[in-house]
Design a protein around this ligand. Sequence first.
Ligand SMILES: NC(=O)c1ccc[n+]([C@@H]2O[C@H](COP(=O)([O-])OP(=O)(O)OC[C@H]3O[C@@H](n4cnc5c(N)ncnc54)[C@H](O)[C@@H]3O)[C@@H](O)[C@H]2O)c1
Length: 262
Amino acid sequence: MTIDPMWNHEKRAAMRLKGKIALVTGGNKGIGAAVVRRFASEGAKVWSGDISPDLRREFSDDLSGHGKNISFEALDVTSQNSWERLVNKIVNETGKIDILVNNAGIYQRKSIEETTEEEWDKMLTVNTKGPFLGIKVALEALRASGNASIVNLSSTAGLRGSFAIHYGASKGALRLMTKSIANQFAKDGIRCNSVHPGPIDTEMGHAAVPHDQLEERLYQRIPMGRFGTAEEVANVILFLASEESSFVTGSEVVVDGGATSK
Ligand SMILES: NC(=O)c1ccc[n+]([C@@H]2O[C@H](COP(=O)([O-])OP(=O)(O)OC[C@H]3O[C@@H](n4cnc5c(N)ncnc54)[C@H](O)[C@@H]3O)[C@@H](O)[C@H]2O)c1
């Protein structure tokens, strides 16, 4: 990994991801879409992989000039073949991957009694096996960067107990997988960190907080008294993806308006 001791205000004022090749999963909506927009506006060439291709058309209409830096691709993170297809395509074009954001995820608000074995398997397959496969398949391309950053979207539910047992298990596992990857691949110039959002104003965020508990959850449990925005999470991911965080690896960054400070 090359450390630039001259990282300074002039560089910060420039585009923060200029020349970087980024792969963001689940980039069609929510937090992933905010990350794709932010990365492209900071000069990265962004590959957005998502299982739901229909949404990308709506998204592409609203890119305010950065659309040329974004490729929308089909990706099912649960399939190694699907990862191999996309990673090979990127490597054939660019020779490397500098940034991998494992953002794609699913949520289900169900108690242990309501959760079936199939639902458990699906949750762990998308939220935990998905990032595992992505890192495994992209490893050589990340090594080729010499200065790579992986950001895994965990959750505050990956830090402490919550209602949905299978979701919490999937995100807790991802938190520790992040630290193992950070340990093993620092020597190859690959950093790996996890981000832990609290309730964020996306479809998933609203599914996680039942309407009748909204007031109690927001005003009593979250010191800042509101949902976060996808852009506020994207800002943190941008920092971890950029070289501004060059000595940060194996860490967990909480973006929750203070909820876990209680
Ligand atoms: N929104 C929140 O409150 C919140 C809180 C904590 C953590 N998170 C985490 O942040 C990430 C993004 O959440 P969000 O709120 O933007 O979710 P979202 O539901 O709005 O978007 C998720 C995206 O992932 C895609 N996706 C789902 N399964 C996929 C698969 N198998 N392969 C490829 N893409 C797939 C979906 O098509 C969708 O575009 C998730 O990992 C989530 O667990 C969200």
